[in-house]
Design a protein around this ligand. Sequence first.
Ligand SMILES: CC(C)(COP(=O)(O)OP(=O)(O)OC[C@H]1O[C@@H](n2cnc3c(N)ncnc32)[C@H](O)[C@@H]1OP(=O)(O)O)[C@@H](O)C(=O)NCCC(=O)NCCS
Length: 172
Amino acid sequence: MTTIRIIDTEEARAAIPDLCEVLADCIHGGASVGFMLPFAPKDGETYWQEIAGAVEKGGIILAVAEVEGKVVGTVQVGLASKPNQPHRGDLMKLLVHRSARGLGLSRRLMDVVEAEAARRGRTLLVLDTATGSDAEKIYPRFGWERVGVIPDYAMWPEGGFCGTTLFYKRVG
Ligand SMILES: CC(C)(COP(=O)(O)OP(=O)(O)OC[C@H]1O[C@@H](n2cnc3c(N)ncnc32)[C@H](O)[C@@H]1OP(=O)(O)O)[C@@H](O)C(=O)NCCC(=O)NCCS
């Protein structure tokens, strides 16, 4: 059975081994998501501990997709903390393990996290994603508006610069 849900701090901490595997698999698949190769699942532990800490402080909404209780996908919305942006969130780290792609999990993850962001008053969401990636192609299918490209913004996991494409969406 597949479940998509928002998780709390304790659930996030318990899910760290699975989240590490998902992150490492995506990086090995060529996704530019903040990290470089070589990258082993354990290299993501500090990052996911920080995310669990941010969930505890109320700064991040974390959603997961589980198949038979194992996390195979995730996405998050960081809640902008500036006093003049109480309505904004940053959509980040939409990740689906390669073994679970093409099943509609990313669409369901986006639906759930966007709805929760809207419920918390975050009606304007923004994201950036590697130009030329599969993810860049799918955000318009989810109703996101493409803003433009910043060249040479980051690097691919194996090296070499990649641009980033900016998107936004009004939700709620
Ligand atoms: C991008 C990613 C999350 C998609 O996950 P997924 O669960 O396989 O996607 P879904 O099955 O929900 O497909 C969503 C939609 O995109 C389409 N799609 C999926 N993969 C696609 C591809 N490679 N090219 C074009 N369209 C694609 C699907 O047809 C579907 O469209 P529809 O709902 O209108 O029919 C996944 O490929 C991934 O984790 N990539 C690596 C990490 C990454 O780059 N994340 C983005 C960080 S910003």
